[in-house]
Design a protein. Structure first.
Length: 304
């Protein structure tokens, strides 16, 4: 099959390379000509505009978007659709909010265009390991596009699947990322407890390696943690600021709106928020409350 790939950051570029290796023809487009050159060097075709990219594709066309969630997706769709024809398909492989996806799918259906949402996990390792893909959209359209997903997945029949109608793929990926927040937080807190037990002189890298084999908590995230500790055992030079890209917030909101308890996820999200606060006013206020009612000592900022 052939398709256009819009957005050639690391994920988009690696996906393009994997598709080319799998025998697909890919026409890549990005506003940065340098990254377009990188994928053409790997065997893809390149275009310097969306219009030229679409013109390079045979009908019915398939265009895969790997652009940041939110306004960039809407802007790209608005620029892309005038060049498409009924029966063409847009796949959104980014981390879009599922409610945006439902809205976009309805708007494009009215124009007789197909919209498939593909929650994609795998990061930079996907090139060699394959991607996990949670696909939402019309069943017949997804079936027709199956060769693309089969090439990107770890295996033709594993690591991917149609999970439901439009919006469901991004919904499942949203919850997937919420789970990821909780698992990462659990590893971080557990290893931090071990680090603080000074009298035992525990080696966090050694323990991580022990847990990698046979343990019920072994996982790919643990493998990556061990790799990070091997490169930088004390995490020297690494700031304690942890970003959140939105999926954790959306998952927490979804749980609250449906009355589904999600204390682990919300706790992990709160920890990220706390890490992002350069002036932890709430902590300072807590210290002053204790001072006011109990006369407890308050550390000065210079002693923090």
């Amino acid at each position: 099959m052939e398709l256009g790939m819009v957005g050639l950051g690391k994920m988009g570029a690696y996906m393009t390379e994997r598709l080319v290796r799998g025998g697909h023809r890919v026409v890549g487009y990005d506003r940065d000509a340098v990254v377009v050159k990188r994928v053409t060097d790997k065997g893809a075709a390149g275009a310097d505009s969306l219009e030229k990219m679409v013109a390079e594709l045979k009908t019915p066309r398939t265009v895969w978007l790997m652009v940041p969630a939110g306004a960039p997706v809407d802007q790209t769709i608005d620029l892309l659709t005038p060049h498409l024809a009924p029966g063409d398909t847009i796949i959104d492989g980014g981390n879009s909010y599922y409610r945006d996806t439902v809205r976009r799918a309805a708007a494009l259906t009215a124009k007789k265009l197909n919209y498939v949402d593909c929650g994609t996990s795998g990061g930079v390792w996907g090139l060699t390991e394959g991607y996990s893909m949670m696909v939402g959209g019309d069943a017949d359209v997804v079936k027709r596009l199956a060769p693309i997903f089969q090439t990107l997945a770890p295996g033709p029949e594993k690591g991917w699947g149609r999970v439901g109608p439009s919006g469901s793929g991004h919904y499942v990926k949203m919850v997937h990322n919420g789970i990821e927040y909780g698992i990462m937080q659990a590893y971080a807190e557990g290893l931090d407890i071990l680090r603080h037990k000074k009298e035992f002189g525990l080696d966090l890298l050694q323990i991580s390696h022990i847990w990698q084999y046979g343990s019920v908590i072994r996982s790919w995230l643990l493998d990556l943690t061990a790799d990070a500790l091997e490169k930088n055992p004390t995490l020297e030079g690494v700031g304690g600021y942890v970003t959140d890209s939105g999926e954790g917030r959306w998952t927490a909101i979804e749980g609250i709106e449906m009355g589904v308890p999600v204390p682990t996820l919300i706790g992990a999200l709160d920890a990220r928020f706390r890490s992002q606060d350069p002036e932890p006013f709430a902590n300072k206020l807590l210290a002053m409350m204790r001072h006011e009612f109990g006369g407890h000592a308050v550390k000065s900022a210079s002693n923090d």
